[in-house]
Design a protein around this ligand. Structure first.
Ligand SMILES: [Zn+2]
Length: 356
């Protein structure tokens, strides 16, 4: 019955079950287990203590998660720990197979407020580096979305090295980091109310490659030193850069599909937009993220969920590859042949003139 004798005894020392009356009341409530309690108050206290401890441990396990493969709380266990959604059939992230994506003319996203500045709250919540924005400041619509979605917050997923980190993959390729801008449907009161509806959230996903420093990202990442420890937070930070700088240079080309939150409780309420074009951040910026602590003894890295099956879902793409935008291999194609003929004819003409 007891998960750990030590923990059990510790809990019993803190037990508030001190009166015989209380024990008898509990005894009646747990008739099934009366053989453990028969008149022996100490035995009853132990039994109830262990029961409470088991419930506590269950609750703690159910309320928390991490990205470890060995802790019992990692992605490989989420389907069991959070069965309401994490074992669903429309989970996120997914691998985007470019050749199977279906072209759809969804138009451009309209982004409002992305060129303004406001105060934000920045937190290391033990799972990610999260930036919560001022309510009703930023929103998106169009681009195939029904209605307007308000930005609630954004956060990142990253790897311990550049070979991994993103949650979505493209043709099985992982990127060093992925940014998620989480918007909730304006027809619902707030983010948590939106989680109960299939059209509740619209999240923008942006892949980051290692390259030039991202100035907009740096304006937030410079505060990583203030939130190194889990659950540390800095509030009311004034934006010095607009959020537009977080976006890739082209936001018209994106992938679209229906999925869910990539963290427990994995609610399948997200319309996903993953941009085709990547953005860059420097290695130094990635290192700022890698210096965050998940616990007192563990670095917060590799905070990505492995890809989930599509289960027949269609991924749409607004990017239609055609001959005018597809790079041609050097040395092939009719234009190349024509150039050769022109050069040969020119040489022949020069030679003929010289002979004459
Ligand atoms: Zn995320």
């Amino acid at each position: 019955m007891c998960i750990s004798k030590y923990l059990c005894q510790k809990l019993l020392t803190q037990s508030r079950i001190t009166s015989k009356g209380t024990v008898l009341y509990l005894n009646r409530s747990f008739k099934k287990y009366s053989k453990f309690i028969t008149g022996d108050i100490m035995a009853a206290k132990k039994f109830i203590g262990c029961l409470l401890l088991a419930i506590c441990v269950q609750a703690i396990l159910a309320a928390d998660y991490d990205y470890s493969t060995s802790s019992g709380k990692g992605p490989n266990r989420w389907a069991q720990l959070f069965p309401n959604y994490c074992n669903g059939t429309k989970q996120t992230p997914v691998n985007i197979e470019v050749s199977k994506a279906q072209y759809a003319n969804l138009g451009s996203l309209t982004m409002t407020g992305y060129e303004t500045k406001a105060d934000v709250d920045i937190k290391n919540n033990g799972h990610t580096f999260a930036v919560t924005v001022k309510p009703d400041t930023f929103s998106i619509k169009d681009g195939g979305l029904e209605g307007t979605y308000k930005l609630h917050s954004f956060h990142l997923h990253w790897g311990s090295d550049a070979s991994k980190g993103s949650e979505h993959t493209v043709d099985d390729k992982m990127y060093p980091a992925e940014l998620h801008l989480v918007h909730y449907n304006s027809k619902y009161a707030n983010l948590s109310a939106s989680l109960a509806h299939a059209d509740g959230l619209a999240v923008l996903g942006i892949f980051f490659e290692v390259g030039d420093e991202n100035a907009a990202l740096q304006s937030f990442l410079k505060y990583t030193v203030n939130v190194t420890n889990r659950d540390s937070e800095i509030k009311g930070v004034s934006q010095t850069q607009t959020l537009k700088g977080l976006l890739p240079s082209n936001t018209d080309h994106f992938y679209r599909y229906s999925g869910g939150l990539t963290t427990p409780t994995c609610n399948e309420v997200v319309t996903w937009t993953v941009f085709n074009k990547t953005a860059t951040m420097s290695k130094a910026q990635l290192d700022l993220l890698r210096n965050l602590q998940e616990t007192n003894t563990t670095k917060l890295v590799d905070n990505y969920r492995p890809v989930e099956p599509l289960n027949g879902r269609i991924i749409q793409t607004t990017y239609k590859a055609d001959s005018s935008t597809t790079a041609k291999p050097t040395g092939s194609g009719p234009n190349h042949l024509a150039n050769h003929l022109a050069i040969i004819m020119a040489l022949m003409a020069v030679t003929f003139k010289i002979v004459l």
